[in-house]
Write a protein that binds this ligand. Structure first.
Ligand SMILES: NC(=O)c1ccc[n+]([C@@H]2O[C@H](COP(=O)([O-])OP(=O)(O)OC[C@H]3O[C@@H](n4cnc5c(N)ncnc54)[C@H](O)[C@@H]3O)[C@@H](O)[C@H]2O)c1
Length: 402
């Protein structure tokens, strides 16, 4: 059996490596030729715990990379699924393009698995019509892994497989069971599509609740973390942690699919999205308050620590820091803040710095946007500075919180 995984990004690559290192004959395809060259020559393309070792094991087992689609028994499509800013609906163009390319090469009897997160009905509306009368079997196998702990979660997270018939579902389940040790639930395609989007929407709503509480507690001069800590003593309450916003390509995107498709039925989901999207503006207000209190007059003395959307990864997509820098573009600020992230070595934003000591020397107020271990394990380096800790990871005296 040959498996062709399409899209060698944050999800497709580790999935392909996992399968290959567990004895599956895998070809990883990406239309980005530079990426394929990099994979073929150097291996690892992004930071992730254990990825180098897994890569070596997969190469040992014979994984190949190509910019061409391959003749295979099973195709796994793991390409981006953004949303359209205007309609809030899914933008299925990458999935459609990838499926069309698969259909140009595959033989009847092949199974086409869409692993990308898609809005309920996407396979029916966008993929099924491409197949027409051909005997191609369809499945949806959404992914739940979190960057930073991907390889552990690939093995230990339960999964969902949606398919039109039991036989197809079982073939796909057996493929994932080559490396996944947790339960694999079989269902129909639409239920699999919906349950994945619902999972991320649930997270978004719960984060929004914590963020709204933060604003309320700040207004009431109360410590939100103490309130949450006490409330969570209730056996059926589990409030999440507030933060400077929601980034990444999942939680900040997938709820929009439901808002776009069901605009009259998604007041709660839509509000939650708005609350989370308002957090960078709220952080800006907190920075202004602290600058006034500490008599810091120039934004050039403000340092944003962290550019990624979560700790200890190098993924900056939709990150709260990038959102905050966007907010600043529309404000009257005398200059750009300095920005530093230990995981980002390329030029991304103005006034970016690459050395923690130099960054700290430039700042009077450090805004901790990401709780990377580097700073969590070394809080003393912040002493003597004003600090706004948006992640509640620093317990130094006098540190400002959200
Ligand atoms: N990143 C995550 O943490 C995460 C978690 C769960 C689910 N997902 C979902 O997984 C899917 C993939 O996300 P990702 O983060 O891996 O994206 P990514 O941007 O990291 O990778 C996508 C890759 O697909 C390639 N590609 C796009 N169209 C192609 C085509 N037609 N043919 C060949 N290659 C093509 C791109 O060049 C890119 O390398 C999305 O639907 C996302 O929502 C992501």
């Amino acid at each position: 059996m040959i498996v062709n995984v399409i899209g060698m990004g944050y999800i497709g690559l580790p999935t392909a490596l996992m399968m290959a290192s567990h004895g599956v004959n895998v070809v990883g395809t990406d239309y980005n030729k530079k990426l394929v060259k990099q994979l073929t020559e150097n291996g690892k393309v992004f930071e992730e715990k254990g990825l180098s070792e897994l890569f070596a094991a997969a190469v040992q087992s014979g994984i190949r990379f190509s910019s061409e689609y391959q003749k295979a028994d099973i195709y796994i499509v793991s390409v981006p699924t953004p949303y359209l800013k205007k309609s809030r609906k899914i933008d299925p163009k990458y999935v459609i393009a990838a499926c069309k390319s698969v259909l140009e090469i595959c033989e009847d009897g092949a199974i086409l698995v869409v692993e990308s997160t898609i809005s309920p009905g996407t396979i029916d509306h966008c993929v099924r019509p491409l197949i027409g009368d051909r005997q191609i079997r369809l499945a949806h196998a959404p992914e739940r892994i979190i960057p930073g702990n991907m390889l552990h979660e690939l093995v230990h997270n339960p999964r969902t497989i949606g398919a039109d018939d039991r036989e197809t579902a079982e073939i796909v389940r057996n493929l994932y069971a080559s490396f996944c040790e947790a339960e694999i639930v079989l269902t129909d395609i639409r239920t699999a599509e919906m349950s994945k989007v619902v999972e991320n929407t649930y997270r978004d709503i719960n984060i929004a609740f914590a963020n709204e509480l933060t604003k309320i507690c700040h207004e009431a001069s109360m410590d939100v973390y103490e309130v949450i800590r006490i409330a969570n003593r209730h056996p059926r309450v589990n409030i999440l942690s507030p933060g400077p916003g929601v980034g990444g390509h999942c939680i900040s995107v997938d709820p929009w699919f439901l808002v776009g498709d069901f605009p009259n039925l998604t007041q709660l989901i839509h509000s939650a999205r708005n609350v989370n999207d308002s957090m960078p503006e709220y952080v800006y207000k907190r920075i202004r308050e602290i600058m006034a209190e500490k008599a810091i007059s120039s934004f050039s003395r403000v340092g944003l620590y962290g550019l990624t959307y979560k700790e200890n990864v190098d993924d900056t997509r939709e990150s709260p820091t990038l959102q905050l820098l966007d907010v600043l573009k529309h404000k009257e600020v005398d200059s750009a803040p300095v920005v530093y992230d230990p995981y980002i070595k390329d030029d991304m934003v103005p006034s970016q710095m690459y050395d923690l000591t130099e960054f700290l020397a430039k700042t009077d107020l450090v805004v901790l946007m990401v709780g990377h271990d580097e700073i969590k394990n070394n809080p003393e380096c912040l002493s003597g500075k004003a600090v706004l800790d948006t992640r509640n990871v620093i317990s130094l005296e006098g540190v400002y919180k959200l």
